[in-house]
Design a protein around this ligand. Sequence first.
Ligand SMILES: Nc1ncnc2c1ncn2[C@@H]1O[C@H](COP(=O)(O)OP(=O)(O)OP(=O)(O)O)[C@@H](O)[C@H]1O
Ligand SMILES: [Mg+2]
Length: 729
Amino acid sequence: MPKQVNGQKEDSIIQNDLSESFEEEVRAFLSDEEKLHLFDDLTKVNPVTMTTVLKCLQARYTVNLFYTNAGCSLVALNPFQPISCLYSPELMREYHVAVRPQDLKPHIFAVAEQTYRNVQSQIDPINQSIIVSGESGAGKTWTSRCLMKFYASVAASVTSPKDNETVERIEKRVLDSNPVMEAFGNACTLRNNNSSRFGKYIQLQLDRFHHLSSASIQTFLLEKTRVAYQAPNERNFHIFYQITKGATAEERLEWNLPEGADYRWLPNSERNLDEDCFEVTRDAMFHLGIDRSTQNNIFKVLSGLLHLGNIQFSNPLDESQPCELEDKIKDFVKITGDLLKIPVEELLESLRIRTITAGKQQQVFKKPCSRAECETRRDCLAKVIYAKLFEWLVSVINESIYADTSAWTSFIGLLDVYGFEAFPENNLEQLCINYANEKLQQHFVAHYLKAQQEEYAAEGLQWSFINYQDNQNCLDLIEGNPLSIFSLLNEECRLNRSSNPDLFQTRIEKALSDNQCLSRDKFSKKPNFIISHYAGEVCYQLEAMVEKNKDPIPPELIHVLQNSKDPLLQKLFPVTETNQNNVRTQNRAAVITVVSKFKGSLENLMQILNSTKPHYIRCIKPNADCKALTFKREEVLSQLQACGIVEAVTISAAGFPIRISFESFTERYEILRRSRGYNKNSVCGKSNYHTAKKKEISTAEKQIVSRMERYRDHQVPALGMQNTHAALP
Ligand SMILES: Nc1ncnc2c1ncn2[C@@H]1O[C@H](COP(=O)(O)OP(=O)(O)OP(=O)(O)O)[C@@H](O)[C@H]1O
Ligand SMILES: [Mg+2]
C-alpha cells in the first residue's frame, strides 16, 4: 500500500537524519575541547559514545583530574607520580565535612565519605563495601591504602584520652597491616614494581558511634610458586630482598646471609626499590604484636628457604641410588637444615626418596626420586612453608586487630582484587582470577541495573528496562553443576589417574559442547580451551592444569617439617593424631583441590558483598610502561571494556542518554509550546518527556529530542527569530 511505502520511506529518512544528526552531535561535542574536562560523570557525557567518553577522560587527565564518576562507579586513572595535596589530611576533612560530598570533585574520598554516611544513616543495608578493581599496576593497592587512611582519620575516636589511646592503637595496627602484607605478599613484576600477588578483603568494623573498633582481613590465592620460580626480569617477594639488604652484621651471622652472597631464588637483587625497606616491615610487625624474637625466627626460616633454593641435584651414576650432590651444594643443605632445624639426613631423604606403601600387607618401599622429582620436591617444600607462613601472618594480624562481634555494629569492606588477566599462556591461576572477575562483574551488572532502575523510579519515570544479557552462561561453564570445567577438573583429581591433557581436552569438549562460551584454538598444537569472558576471550592451556589443581604435597615433606625443632615451623606444621598415625590417610584426605578451595572462599566473599551496599572504584592504568601522566587511548579503552565501564555506559546510553536540566529544557523548547499551543499529543507535551522531581528532565528517547530540535529549527525563522545552534548544556 502506498501509505505504508510512504511511511517506510519517511522512517528511513528520519533514520538517516538521525544518524547524521547523531554524528554531528558527536562532532559538535568533541569540537568544544575547552569544555571536555568539565564532565565529571561519564554517563552525563552527551551523546554517550566510547569516543566521547574517552576524549573526556583524556581531557581530564591532561589537567590533572584523575577521578571521574561513571554512574555508580568511580573511574580512577593512575597518575604514576605523586600529586601534591591529592590525599592530604586537609582534603580528607574537606570531603568529610562537606554538606554534599558528591557535589565536590569526584574523588575516592567522596566515595569513602558517602559510604561512611550510608553507615551512619542506618538505612538497610547498613554495611557497605568498596570494590576496587583494575589490572596490575592500575592503582588498586594504592587506592585501598588511601581509603584505609581516610577511615583511620575520619572514624577516629575523639573520646577520653585513655580510650583514644586504645583506638589509636587499633587504627595504627590496621594501617600497619599494609606494609607487612605487602612485604610478604607483593613482588616486583614486569607490570608493577609493587604487585600484590594475592587478593585481599579487609573489613573495617565500626562501633555504634561509627568509630573504628576493629578489623578483619581475608586473603585469596597467594601466588606461592613465586618463592621457587621468578619469571625473567621479575623478583621474588619483597621480604627476601629486605632481609638480605637490611640485616645487621649480627643478624647476617645468625641467619647465614653474608653480604654479596648469591641466591638462585633472589634474582634482580641489584635493583633497589622503595619497597626494599626492612625497617618499615619490622616496625609494623612489632606494632602488630610480633615480637623481635618471633621476627628473628621468621627471618631465619626465610633465609633457610634462600639456601634451600641453592640446592641442586645431579643424576646418580646408578639409577637405583639417590641423586647426588656436589660438595658445594652439601654446604647449602647443611645451612638449610641448620636454619630450619631439621637434621640434614632427614632433609635429604625427604627430598630424594619417595616412600611407597603397597600390597595387602601395606608394605613400605623406598624409591629414589629422579632429578626432576627432587627439584619438584625442593620447590614444593619452599612453597608449602611460605604459604603456611603467609597464612599464619594473616591470622596473627587478624588476632591483633580483632574485636568481639559485640564491640562493633557495622562494617565497611574494602576489596583489592586482581583484575581480569589474559596472557599468551594462561593456566589455572588465570582461570581462578578470571572466574572471580566474572562473579564480580555479575554482581556489578545486577547492582548497576538495580541502581539505574531505582534512580528512574525515584524520578517518577516510566521505564521498562532493557533485557540485559548477563554472564550466567559463562559462570555455568566454569563452576556450574553437575558439569563444568571446575567439576571436570576436580573429577580428574579425585580419580587420581595420571592426567593426559589431550584426553582431558576431549572430555571437556564432549561434556560442555552446549555452552556457547566454550571453544578451542584449533591452530594450537597444545591442548587448550577458550572461554568467552565478558571482557574478552581467553585461551587456557591444559598442560599441568590438573596437577596444579591437585597441588600435591609429598607426605614425606610434611613429616620432616613436623619433626623440625624450630618453634615457628612447629607452629606452622603441628603434629596431629591423624597425620602422625597414618600419612596415607592424610594424603587421601588432602584432595581438597585448589579450585574447590577458591570457589568456597569466593562464594563466602560474594555472600558478604551481597549483604552490603556496594561501591565500585575502577582503577585504570593509562599506559603499560607506568610512565607519569601518559594517556594511551587504546589501553584505556580495553580496560574500560574489561572492568565493565563500557557496559555501564552502554546501559546508561540505552536508558536516558540525554539529561538536560529542566530550566535549559523549557528555555529551549518554550518556543514550540508557544507556536503550536499546548496539546497533549504534541512532541513537547507531557507524554513525550519525563519531568523529574529534582527539576531535571531525562528524555526517554533520543528521537524525541532530535524531532524537537528539527521543529525548533523550523519554528525559529518562521517566527522571525534568529536561530542559535548553541549546544544543549
Ligand atoms: N593515585 C596515585 N598517585 C600516584 N601514584 C600512584 C597512584 N596510584 C598508583 N600509583 C603508582 O602506581 C603503582 C602501582 O599501583 P598499585 O600497586 O596500587 O597497583 P595495583 O593495581 O595494586 O597492581 P597489582 O594488581 O599488580 O597489585 C604504585 O606503586 C604507585 O607508584
Ligand atoms: Mg596491588
